[in-house]
Every structure is written in C-alpha cells, then in structure tokens.
Design a protein around this ligand. Structure first.
Ligand code: SF4
Length: 313
C-alpha cells in the first residue's frame, strides 16, 4: 500500500499530499454512507500501526522531490481510508511532519475527541476537519453506526473543549442523508452546535459515491438549501461539497461555468444570478436552459427564490 500519495487537488486544502497512517477500513464508525463499504474493522482503541519515522521519511522524500521540480504544496494531510486518530503514534507523526515546513491537516470523524491526550496531539495541527452528522444520539447511531463503547455526550463535550483552545483552522463536515438527518429539527440541532464550536468554515456534504448501504440517498435540493441557510445563520463561512469541484467564487466571465461552479458551493439568490448574467452579457435564456437540463434547480423559501446545483440528473 502507498502510505504517501498525491499530491491531489482538493477544494478544501488546495494541493495536498495524502498520508495513510493506518491500514484501510479500520474505523470507529461504520457510516451508512461510507464509500469503503460495510467491511469495516470496528475499533475504538488507539494502537500502533505503521512506524511514524518511516511515514515521515517517505513524506520528506516526496516533499523534496516536489520542491526540486518546483511544484508547490499547500498541505500534507493525514487522511487514510479509516479513522486516523486510532493511530497511537499520531502525536509523533504530526510533530515530525511539522518539521517539513508544510502545513499539516487531518480529517477525523471526531469519535475519539473525548480523549485529552489525543486533543493535545491534535493541537499541533494547522488545519482540522471534525465530522458532526447529528447532535441527536439516536440519529447519530443510525447514520454513523459507532463502536458501542463510544460515549456520545463525552464526544460532543470533547469537541467543544478542543474547539475552545485549538490554535489552527478548525472546520467541520456534516453529511446529509435523506430521511435521516436532513429534517428541520436535525439540521437546526447541528447548526446550534456549530454555533458553539465557532469553526472557520463548515462544509455540508451529500453522498456522491456508492454508499455502504444501497438505500442511502442524497437529500433533495430544498433540504440542502435549508441546511445551508441554517448553518450560515450561525457560522461565518459555509460551503456545500456536492461532488462538483468547479472553479468556485472566481468570476470568469463565462456565465454557464460561473453559475454551475458557484451554485455547487452555495445557493444563489435570483437577483445575484441576474446580476451575474448581466455582467457577462448573457440573457435569462441561459438560466432557463440550465433549469430545463436539470443542471440548476429553483427553490423558494423566505420570500426569496434561490438556485442550487441539480445533482440528480
Ligand atoms: S468515519 Fe469515514 S471511514 Fe469511517 S465509516 Fe464513516 S465514512 Fe467510513
């Protein structure tokens, strides 16, 4: 197995070199939407996997190669196909990676955040993503199917304690699954919790790859737009991750591309769409065409009309 891979382009992290610090499919969750399938080795006990010195040496070699070629790197990211915090040597791995003078990021499912030793180790990071799919325990059990020994309340408290003191960039990720956590009460509950965490950015994602359970479906566009609005009312920056990695936020003057890439990140109000069309000297016919093809979907609420990226075509 390649323990160091990439660099891969990532909307969240730019050009990122990935590090597999544990073998695939070892996780404390068995999420219904997991793209790794059902065959997860469930564990919540931190243990030794690979030698951190070897991982650091391999990463250092790749970083040197990229520097020699004049290729930039935005992050090295600890993102195995499983839960990276299960690695008992994570603290020394992060410390060694920090010496390479590239920012270090990690994506976690948050399940072990009740552990103060782990929180201390994670404090060395420059960027972290914490998963929070639900603040209702029964719903969390249905979606994330956690290891039976994980204490939900202690986990949430651990996330709050960590967020209060983490010096790096804290982001969150919430996967919305139709019929499980995309209802108003569930979305508002997570939004209130995000308000306490005060993340730099919150990402809303939907299942876009084949999930572990075939019945898993993405929420509809109305639910997605509602979640975006609720999260935005509590968190400064919210983005959708719905499987389209467009050149978001940059106005290229090509109205079709601009509309599709911006709406893949957040819903656009009608008047903003009209302004964009006007600026690029395009007509409303383009909007009609995108609606007809299903690439955009119209959603009404709060007396406003929004356009979101259609993802069901
Ligand atoms: S936390 Fe991630 S790796 Fe673990 S089961 Fe869920 S989606 Fe899969």
């Amino acid at each position: 197995m390649n323990t160091v891979f990439g660099p891969v382009p990532s909307r969240r992290l730019g050009r990122s070199l990935g590090i597999n610090n544990i073998p695939p499919k070892v996780c404390s969750y068995s999420c219904v939407y997991c793209q790794l399938g059902r065959a997860i080795e469930m564990s919540m006990v931190r243990r030794k996997f690979y030698d951190p010195r070897e991982l650091i040496e391999e990463t250092a070699r790749r970083v040197r190669e990229l520097r020699d070629k004049g290729e930039g790197l935005d992050y090295v990211t600890i993102v195995p196909n499983g839960e990276p915090t299960l690695d008992q040597d994570l603290g020394s791995l992060i410390a060694g990676l920090k010496e390479l003078e590239v920012p270090v990021a990690l994506i976690t499912n948050s399940s072990l955040m009740c552990d103060p030793i782990l929180r201390e180790e994670l404090h060395q990071l420059d960027w972290i993503s914490l998963k929070i799919d639900s603040v209702d325990e029964a719903t969390w059990r249905k979606i994330d199917r956690p290891h039976k020994n994980i204490d939900f309340k202690k986990m949430l408290n651990g996330m709050r304690t960590f967020a209060e003191t983490f010096p790096g960039t804290l982001t969150t990720e919430t996967m919305l699954v139709k019929g499980l956590n995309d209802g108003a009460a569930g979305v508002e509950g997570v939004a209130d919790f995000l308000d306490l965490l005060e993340p730099a950015k919150s990402y809303i994602s939907i299942p876009t790859r084949p999930p572990a359970e075939p019945w898993v479906e993405a929420p509809d566009e109305v639910s997605l737009a509602f979640a975006y609005r609720e999260f935005s009312s509590r968190v400064a920056h919210v983005e959708n991750l719905i499987g389209y990695e467009g050149n978001a936020f940059s106005f290229t003057g090509r109205p079709r591309e601009d509309l599709l890439s911006i709406t893949s990140v957040h819903p656009m109000r009608r008047e903003v769409v009209e302004e964009l069309l006007q600026k690029s000297k395009a007509s409303l016919a383009l909007l009609e065409e995108l609606l007809q093809s299903g690439e955009l979907v119209e959603v009404d609420f709060d007396e406003h009309r929004y356009y979101v990226r259609g993802f069901r075509r």
